[in-house]
Design a protein around this ligand. Structure first.
Ligand SMILES: Cc1cc2nc3c(=O)[nH]c(=O)nc-3n(C[C@H](O)[C@H](O)[C@H](O)COP(=O)(O)OP(=O)(O)OC[C@H]3O[C@@H](n4cnc5c(N)ncnc54)[C@H](O)[C@@H]3O)c2cc1C
Length: 493
């Protein structure tokens, strides 16, 4: 364990560079006495963080408080949303909350993502239905869909300026076979009479290209989704947290160990000293296994790439009124949102870097791009959309980010087996926007009121359990969802 009095400079010097990133900048490091990853010290700047918020590097007090009721680890979407829901709870007015953040507020995946608040009805719901039955799949679809309106409501209620839009998202398939398969999935979901399918419309043939504007689209599906500026959303929530007087925020203060206090509660160690808390909430997503080694094979840090594309100053970009998931003829997938200033945020391309495992898998280095995909978006708009050929659109900002991928594609939420008064809310698989807000609300009620997971609105497959932990711990990478076939033993009940 670290000496509690080690100043942060010495802490930096103590860090080591793991072998697979030694050729790149020495930005990623492990403390020799800390078994897991900590975030890299110099993440790439992103378009979203062009104007840093005054709370970005905030510390509420010079010293850490000696004791708090709750420590939340991580000031991304999951950590900040959990604290928000806790202070909204009328019965929590006397509770104190400390948020420890290794870097700046929202400097992790949330501040580096695609801004797409899109329930996923095609990618994974059919898989969950296969694995766990229709009801379990439906729970997830409805939970994700509920986020679109929940976020709209909170943005309106708190008057948050974060460019929120309610839109139609369009999925496109440019490969004939994939288009046929997608249509089959659509027909199967309609046949199940799931109510939410009333909002989905599917197009095939020439009309798919006409509806989507995507060159060569063989099929398209559209439904309701949202787009937003996540960094602004989270920082506005952080302002509300601090105004409550209940929350102490400490940035650039990583938690490096948690040990039980013989007198009750937990001692949380950081390079700036220790604090004591009754309850700990782990909301540090990709990095969660640093403090919880049992999650090492369950939640793996995996890199992604995202960029902003804009037309030259003084020109007007062709209107793109929807958000998108585009799949090229060779199966490369990109998520894309249009912004009101005419610029585009687009990312993905994981099929290009998937074969180059060290570039993205078990890798937390968001100080460098992913080599195999870094040039993919150079002419993306011209190549993909009708009407953009002469736009002059160019990538003007590109960055990498680190996500927490889980072995079975579901997040881990709830009481941590075998660890009293410790909770987890992590493993969002590049898909946290339509999951975290309401998950944090339910987690807050579990942590504050001792509510059982089963009495919350959380989908059953999100519960962190010993069975799930052991399945990944003892399972082979080749059988998991991240780089394998997903052939691990089914969860059907
Ligand atoms: C390139 C990219 C594009 C994406 N696009 C989308 C999208 O369009 N739509 C979508 O739904 N999802 C998207 N995602 C995924 C989404 O951003 C995440 O699911 C979500 O932001 C996770 O939020 P979080 O709070 O759990 O994690 P994070 O935002 O990563 O927050 C975790 C925080 O914990 C801190 N931390 C880590 N270790 C410690 C420690 N020991 N002590 C203290 N603090 C610590 C980190 O510094 C970080 O700030 C994307 C992700 C990336 C990287």
């Amino acid at each position: 364990m670290l000496n509690n009095n080690v100043p942060s400079e010495s802490f930096e010097q103590l860090r080591l560079v793991p072998s697979h990133v030694q050729q790149s900048k020495p930005a990623v490091s492990r403390d020799p006495q800390f078994s897991g990853w900590l975030p890299a010290s110099n993440p790439m700047p992103t378009f979203w963080q062009t104007d840093l918020h005054p709370l970005q590097d905030h510390r509420s007090t010079e010293q850490l408080p000696e004791h708090v009721d709750f420590v939340i680890i991580g000031a991304g979407y999951a950590g900040v949303a959990s604290a928000y829901h806790m202070i909204q709870d009328g019965s929590c007015k006397d509770l104190s909350i400390l948020i420890l953040e290794a870097r700046g507020v929202c400097s992790g995946a949330t501040g580096r993502n695609g801004g797409h608040l899109r329930p996923d009805l095609y990618g994974h719901i059919p898989t969950y239905i296969d694995r766990a039955g229709a009801e379990a799949g439906l729970e997830i679809a409805e939970f994700e869909i509920a986020h679109v309106h929940a976020i709209k409501k909170i943005v309106e209620k708190e008057g948050i300026d974060c460019d929120f839009t309610l839109t139609r998202t369009i999925d496109t398939w440019c490969n004939e076979d994939s288009a046929k398969q997608a249509k089959q999935v659509y027909d199967q979901m309609v046949a199940r009479n799931f109510k939410y399918m009333d909002d989905v419309i599917f197009y095939t043939g020439k009309v798919a290209e006409g509806i989507s504007g995507v060159k060569g689209a063989k099929a398209a599906a559209s439904y309701t989704a949202g787009t937003m500026w996540p960094y602004k959303f989270i920082l506005a929530l952080a302002e509300i947290l601090l105004a409550s007087g209940q929350v102490n925020l400490q940035t650039h203060t990583p938690a490096t160990s948690i040990s039980p206090d013989p007198n009750g509660g937990h001692i949380i160690t950081t390079p700036r000293g220790t604090t004591h808390a009754k309850t700990v909430i782990h909301a540090n997503n990709a990095y969660v296994s640093g403090l919880l080694p049992e999650y090492a094979n369950n939640i793996i840090p995996c890199k992604g790439i995202c960029c902003r594309i804009a037309v030259p100053e003084g020109q007007t970009a062709p209107l793109l009124n929807n958000s998108y998931i585009n799949r090229t003829a060779d199966g490369t997938l990109s998520y894309l949102i249009g912004r009101t200033d005419g610029s585009i945020i687009v990312g993905g391309a994981s099929s290009l870097f998937k074969p180059h495992k060290p570039q993205w898998y078990n890798n937390v280095d968001d100080s460098i791009l992913i080599d195999a995909a870094k040039d993919y978006y150079t002419n993306y708009m011209q190549e993909t959309y009708h009407g953009w050929q002469d736009s002059g659109a160019k990538v003007d900002s590109i960055w990498a980010g680190v996500m927490g991928y889980s072995y079975d594609s579901n997040p881990h939420i709830g009481t941590i087996p075998g660890r009293e008064d410790q909770f987890i809310l992590a493993g969002f698989n590049g898909h946290g926007m339509p999951v975290i807000w309401l998950a944090a609300k339910e987690l807050a009620s579990m942590a504050v009121h001792g509510k059982e997971f089963e009495s919350t609105a959380l989908p059953r497959l999100f519960k962190t359990t010993q069975v799930r932990i052991d399945r990944a711990k003892n399972g082979r990478e080749e059988d998991g969802d991240i780089i394998g076939t997903g052939g691990f033993s089914a969860t059907k009940q």
